[in-house]
Structure formats: C-alpha cells, structure tokens
Ligand binder design. Sequence first.
Ligand SMILES: Nc1ncnc2c1ncn2[C@@H]1O[C@H](COP(=O)(O)OP(=O)(O)OP(=O)(O)O)[C@@H](O)[C@H]1O
Ligand SMILES: [Mg+2]
Length: 379
Amino acid sequence: MHKILLVDDRPENLYSLESMLAEDDRIILKANSGEEALKIAFSEDLSLIMLDVQMPDMDGFEVAHMLKSTKRTKKTPIIFVTAISKEKKYMLQGLSEGAIDYLFKPLDIDITKAKVETLLKFYTQQKELEIKNIELAKLNDEKNYFLGVASHDLRNPLGNILTLASFIEQESNNNLSPEHKNYLEVIINSGRHMLDLLNNLLDVSKIESGSMELQLQQGLITDIIQQSISENKLAADKKEISLEYSIADKLPQSSFDAMQIQQVLSNLISNAIKYSHKGTHVEINADLQHDSIVVTVKDQGQGIPIAEQANLFLPFSKTSVKSTNGEKSTGLGLTIAKKVIEAHGGSIWMTSTVGQGSSFCFSLPLENVSAHQPVMMLK
Ligand SMILES: Nc1ncnc2c1ncn2[C@@H]1O[C@H](COP(=O)(O)OP(=O)(O)OP(=O)(O)O)[C@@H](O)[C@H]1O
Ligand SMILES: [Mg+2]
C-alpha cells in the first residue's frame, strides 16, 4: 500500500487531486496547511507528497526544506503542484529544496497520473534496494564471522601438524629415506603456507568486521624499517638480493601501530624479493613530504603490466607476475597493507615498468587518527 500525502490550503483542490489519484493500492492522506503536512509526514511512512507551493503561513518551499532536512522524510519524493508561473527561478528554487518534479495548475489528468505512477515505482525500487543492502551487510557480517572462526579454529590443528612434522624431522637423525625426507619437507612447507593464509584471512576478517584496533604509539619509522629488513634478510640472501636503505635526516617521531606498519613494510619488502631475479637490489627509502612520512620500497624486478595494476590492492589479486624462486603467495598482503595504511589516515600507491621494476610507497601523516580507534572505516 502506498501512502500519498496531498497538501493544499484549498479543500476543492485536495478533493479533485484525490479523485484523480485514488486507486486500490493507495491510501490518500490530506493536509490543508504546511504545519499539518509536517505533522503527518513525521508520523507516517509516505511514498509521495504532492505539495502546493502557495499557502498562507508556511509555503511549499519551506515545507519541502523542513522535510528534506529531517532524517525520517528526507528521501520521500515531493512533487510541487503550483499555479505560479513556470519561471525558471521558481522552478529552480523548488528543485533546490529537494522537489523531484513540478506539476502546473490546471492539472492535466493523464500527465499527473503518469508522473505519480512513475514516482511510486521509483520509491518501491528504492525501498527494495535499501532492504537488499541491509541483507547484504548482514550476510557480509556473517561471512566475516565465519571466516574469522574458521581461520582461527584451523590454526590450532595446523600448528600441531607443523610442530610434529618438525619434531620428526629433527629426531630422525638422518634415518629417513630421501623420499620420506622430501615428503616431510612438502608437509612442512605446505603447512607454513597454509598458516600464512589463515593468518592473513584472520586479519582480513578482523579488519572487515571492524574488530581490529589500531594501537597507536609514538615511534620512529627507522626502527620499523630496520626490523622489517632483518625479517627479510634471509630470503634476500638466498637470492643474493641486496637490501639497502636510506632515511632522511631528522625524521620526526610519528604515531602508528608498530606491529601493523611492520607487517605492511615487511610484505612490501618480501614482495620486492619474491618477484625479483637473483642478484638485483631493493632500496627502502623514508622521507618527509609535506606533513607525512613517505616510505618507498623500490625493486629492480619484473615490473607489473599496466592493465593489472588497477586490481593490485583487491583481495586475492595475484597478477601474471610470478615469484622467481617458487616462493609461496596468498594474494592478501597488499589488501591488508591498503587497509592498515588507510586506517592510519595515509595512502598507498605504486608505479611499475615491466622489465625495469616497481616502487611501492605509503604515506603516514604526522597528525594522526586518535589512539585505539577501531579500523571501522576500512570496509
Ligand atoms: N614488487 C612487486 N613486483 C612485481 N609484482 C608484484 C610486486 N608486489 C606485488 N606483486 C604482484 O601483486 C600480487 C599481490 O601481492 P600481495 O602482496 O597482495 O600478495 P602475494 O605476495 O601474492 O601474497 P602474500 O599474501 O603472501 O603477500 C602478487 O601476487 C604479485 O603478482
Ligand atoms: Mg606479498
């Protein structure tokens, strides 16, 4: 049932409009002043308001203004019904107050009916969309909850598998056949990869559900850079890739979540190593630009084709660029990095040329979001 509110100070206009619009699936409500119209609009769920412009006390423009500035009624479609001229300035005034359309008196019956019909359809579709959006948000919350529980609960048994496999490896005293040794290595490597994936999924589900908090503290980005480099040193050495860093003089302290920023930087450095060939260089740079600290990780790797760059920060967006030494990847590192950096009020971007290498940069504003703010805006 659609409820339509007709507003006019003249009863004869109200009755002729009512007889024009009455249908089985409609309830027609009538008000003969702006004040009465507001009273009805604030208490009823209206699909459409037909509003006379010239009324004593409160005119139609004022009523529309009030309706559009009130949460409950701001989306209700309004058609102005007016006898005043079609002068552009009047029409613009009404439209700027939020009216969807105009009808001019004397009313043309067919046009009036057609416009009302269209707007009611539009209103129904809008409502359906709102309901669908609520359902989708609910499903998304359930998905995050499920993802969180599943990845969390899978970590314990996986931890057991890894610990026991490593135990067998250590205790075997070289008594294992080469074949069995190989099997064990496959178990351990696959287990570690699965653990990485579970940890990343857990991070994504926490971020998406808004339950990940930033633990902001004053610190030096230099410390984070050094820790991230030492975390990746072994992987770099294996491929004879040199990790070099340069940090601008007197970089000020800033506030960030050290663990999360280290996770971001470590992922960028591990990517630079993973997707580069043996014997190349990776450079990490920290600089002050305007009111932000900008960190850059530059490699001499394979580079990423332009067509694939736009989706890089979306979940599971692995590109055609593959790791050069069989290193594993989950395709979630950059997604998490983007969310973490944006939660800090910064941004992350990249440039890349195929065959020459890539630079991944992120900025951290010196003036930051307040401590312990949930990462709600990351969704
Ligand atoms: N420095 C880089 N050079 C070339 N390609 C890169 C680079 N960094 C990322 N990529 C491409 O972007 C994809 C996404 O990177 P991302 O860090 O999100 O995931 P990943 O490295 O595949 O897995 P993980 O979740 O373990 O980090 C990679 O699979 C790779 O194809
Ligand atoms: Mg990565």
